[in-house]
Design a protein around this ligand. Structure first.
Ligand SMILES: NC(=O)c1ccc[n+]([C@@H]2O[C@H](COP(=O)([O-])OP(=O)(O)OC[C@H]3O[C@@H](n4cnc5c(N)ncnc54)[C@H](OP(=O)(O)O)[C@@H]3O)[C@@H](O)[C@H]2O)c1
Length: 266
């Protein structure tokens, strides 16, 4: 059943493609109005057309705003403009461009700083800017992170070092802002078909000397459900967490990974 998000105003970062766009589409489909942001006005315009076609929503259901998450000034502007345009904010979905996969010996301190800005600093800055508006009347935050982060792999320094900070921040804010009726949760994807996953599958095909289709089947075989995920499956989870259907869920992390996470407990 589609949750109801009428009269609900949402802001989504890094939402011109992939998981961010799918989350925006699910929110709009449930009746919300959204601001979607990314670095590219062109990508945002295309995303807007796609979401309108998917949802049949009125054209004023979607605002777009260019915001490079490496700039805290642009993040503050994004939040302020959205709050003014909507007269408040009910839902924040944080997302960011995915970091490269690389080992410590091939990673300079400068590269680490730049990726920290994209992943953890941008999430902190967005949360910090948006919390006063969310706490004014209550709201819901959903952070898009990664199912891989809690199980750090060799040679994946950014994932291992930076994403756990988002989980920690999320749990701490759930504790701090529960009394203000702000819920804070994470969704943790793996193996969901987006441009980023296609690039990873191309890389796997190249390194393993197999076709794209064979590499895709290898990725699907890692998951108990034996198939890759669809972006709209993550979108449905975001819309659920944003809605009153999830009114007693906070400080939680929900994997959208076809069963890949092996632990019996979250
Ligand atoms: N797909 C999966 O199964 C999966 C699994 C684990 C983790 N994740 C994580 O989930 C996040 C989204 O993944 P995805 O698969 O949807 O990736 P994607 O298809 O590559 O989309 C990335 C989005 O981030 C935006 N973006 C990139 N750099 C930005 C910046 N500096 N400022 C603002 N926006 C920026 C891009 O928009 P513009 O180019 O228009 O700026 C785009 O909308 C990533 O962090 C990824 O690592 C995904």
């Amino acid at each position: 059943m589609t949750p109801t998000l009428d009269d609900t105003h949402c802001l989504l970062t890094a939402a011109s493609k992939g998981l961010g766009r799918a989350a925006a589409s699910a929110l709009v489909n449930a009746g919300a109005t959204v601001t979607i942001a990314s670095r590219s006005a062109e990508n945002l315009a295309a995303a807007r057309e796609t979401i309108l076609a998917e949802t049949d929503a009125a054209s004023d259901a979607i605002r777009t705003q260019v915001c490079d998450l490496r700039s805290s000034e642009e993040i503050t502007q994004l939040v302020d403009d959205t709050v003014v345009a909507f007269g408040g904010l009910d839902v924040l979905v944080t997302n960011h461009g995915g970091p490269p996969v690389q080992p410590i010996a091939e990673t300079s301190v400068e590269e680490f700083d730049a990726t920290y800005e994209l992943v953890l600093r941008s999430t902190f800055a967005t949360l910090r800017a948006a919390l006063p508006a969310l706490a004014d009347g209550g709201g819901s935050i959903v952070n898009i992170v990664s199912a891989t982060a809690p199980e750090p792999k060799a040679g994946d320094v950014f994932q291992a070092a930076l994403r756990p900070g988002i989980y920690g921040l999320s749990k701490s804010l759930a504790n701090e802002y529960g009394p203000e009726d702000v819920r804070v949760n994470c969704v943790c994807p793996r193996g969901i078909t987006t441009e980023r996953l296609t690039e990873k599958i191309d890389y796997l095909a190249e390194t393993e000397g197999v076709s794209h289709e064979e590499a895709e089947a290898m990725r699907a075989a890692e998951l108990p459900l034996q198939r890759l995920g669809r972006p709209e499956e993550l979108g449905a989870a975001v819309a659920f967490l944003a809605s009153d259907d999830a009114s007693f869920i906070t400080g939680e992390t929900i994997a959208l990974d076809g069963g890949w996470s092996r632990g019996a407990f979250p």
